[in-house]
Write a protein that binds this ligand. Structure first.
Ligand code: GAP
Length: 446
């Protein structure tokens, strides 16, 4: 679809998914706020990830570590050295900055992609965001905002192991914000400086690392497919040795076909014993695992699945977006304009149920509709809407992916029943009000 990104950005703002940050002050460099529908959708993505990783799998527990950590963590992890730096060039004419890997620098002829000007020699630019703790802004009080959530997992390896009496292999999952001073943020919420990660670290015997690396990449691919992402828009790519993150023995990118190209949405890494051995070295605390059965003491290898809540949000939004020329209903002859259908998986859709009185100028219908809205509200994220024709209201709901619309009409008053309209098939069925909650729960769980 041509020019899809402007359409997605416009829909996201118009319908309350995503707003530019600090917009009344002209916006703030590639930061975004999730609006009323956006926060519901993002919470749903995080919930289905948590359900999948922590509830479904055995030997998996969760964690919520602090964003602010001892700066020693980042020395040990390698993030303060060259390992976590992008190579940057600056245009001598327009002073714009670019990542060398993005503009294919390395060839002497490379020039500024914006104005054609000469570029400076490449230099390393560390991505860690700095801040200060306490009242004095000096070197001693300087700390960092975490650049990946998983370091909170590694430094708690033994706390979790001992308190939960776990045995290897096992996993620790965490969702939380991370921060990187990206040189070239952009493509809407694809690359931002503040973002949310959904990370799982699987601790295993080194001899089993390959087996679990294969297992987890398949599991993660399935997760996206089961949530409706089209197969042809997903692929797994091996990261070549020279582009691998500093901590990884082996790295795969799970990529989505965005309108701006194939891009990573999740990384799957075999981190070997990089993290636990370095934290042991820097902290002086031995975090080797002791296997009581084999009497072996070793650093477990870590297989990591590292997804982005924001990036998968964007992928889900784009994948679900459809435009239907001439409208969805073919019952009337009138040529209608393009209609938008957002076919999000029901689990991810921000609003599950809409309640609509057929007309709004009949007080008895409105009263009944409001009663039904109150009946459903404790069970589902619901929306009440009485403005405009019923057809127009259905279209508004399709645009924001509401799976089911409940219509209250004159029959309702006599029969104590309502119609349920299905977003995808547009089929309508009549059900008794007394059965409504149960039926909707079944439909949403299917
Ligand atoms: N712990 C490993 C790690 O952080 P990564 O490949 O650097 O690996 C993992 O990041 C995921 O985090 C990415 O696939 C992406 O979904 C998300 N992510 C990373 N940087 C991001 C950014 N600047 N903006 C939005 N999401 C980002």
């Amino acid at each position: 679809m041509q020019n899809l990104m402007p359409k997605i950005i416009s829909l996201a703002k118009r319908r309350g998914f995503i707003f530019p940050s600090s917009e009344i002050y002209g916006g703030f460099g590639s930061c975004y706020d999730f609006g009323p529908l956006g926060v519901e959708m993002k919470n749903n993505i995080k919930k289905v990830w948590w359900d999948e990783m922590v509830k479904k799998h055995e030997n998996m527990v969760g964690l919520d570590a602090a964003i602010l950590m001892s700066p020693k963590v980042w020395q040990a992890s390698g993030h303060l050295t060259a390992g976590f730096a992008d190579e940057l060039v600056e245009c001598k004419s327009c002073h714009k900055r670019f990542r060398t890997d993005e503009i294919g620098r390395g060839r002497a002829s490379a020039s500024c992609p914006e104005c054609g000007g000469k570029l400076t020699e490449p230099r390393k630019f560390n991505l860690m965001m700095k801040t200060f703790v306490g009242p004095v802004e000096e070197k001693a009080s300087q700390i960092y905002l975490r650049a990946e959530t998983c370091q909170g997992i590694y430094v708690n390896f033994e706390n979790v192991l001992n308190s939960m009496r776990l045995k290897i292999p096992f996993g620790i999952a965490q969702i939380g914000k991370s921060f990187r001073n990206e040189i070239t943020p952009g493509d809407f919420i694809y690359r931002t400086r503040e973002f949310e990660q959904m990370e799982m670290q699987w601790f295993c015997h080194p001899k089993e690392a390959k087996k679990y690396f294969d297992f987890w990449q398949k599991e993660r691919l399935k997760w996206y497919l089961n949530l409706g992402i089209k197969k042809e828009n997903l692929r797994i790519k091996e990261v070549p040795a020279k582009e691998k993150p500093h901590y990884a023995k082996q790295a795969l990118d799970l990529e989505y076909k965005f309108p701006f190209g194939w891009r990573e949405i999740e990384g799957i890494h075999n981190r070997g014993d990089w993290d636990l051995s370095n934290h042991s070295k820097y902290s002086g605390k031995d975090s080797r695992y002791y296997d009581e059965e084999t009497k072996e003491k070793y650093f477990p290898y870590i297989i990591e699945t590292s997804g982005g809540a924001d990036r998968s949000f964007l992928a889900f939004l784009i994948d679900a977006y459809q435009e239907i020329k001439g409208g969805r209903t073919k019952t009337t002859k009138a040529v209608k304009e393009i209609e938008i259908l957002l076919k999000l998986d029901k689990k991810i859709a921000p609003i599950k149920i809409a309640v609509l009185p057929l007309v709004r100028n009949k007080p008895e219908l409105v009263k009944k509709a409001k009663e039904i809205y109150q009946l459903l509200k404790p069970h589902f994220v619901c929306q009440y809407d009485e403005l405009g024709s019923i057809g127009r209201r259905y279209r508004r709901l399709d645009e924001i992916a509401v799976p089911y619309a409940i219509t209250i009409d004159f029959e309702t008053l006599k029969q104590e029943d309502v119609t349920i309209r299905d977003r995808d098939s547009m089929a309508q069925e009549r059900v008794k009000i007394k059965d409504l909650v149960k039926i909707l729960k079944e439909k949403l769980e299917k």
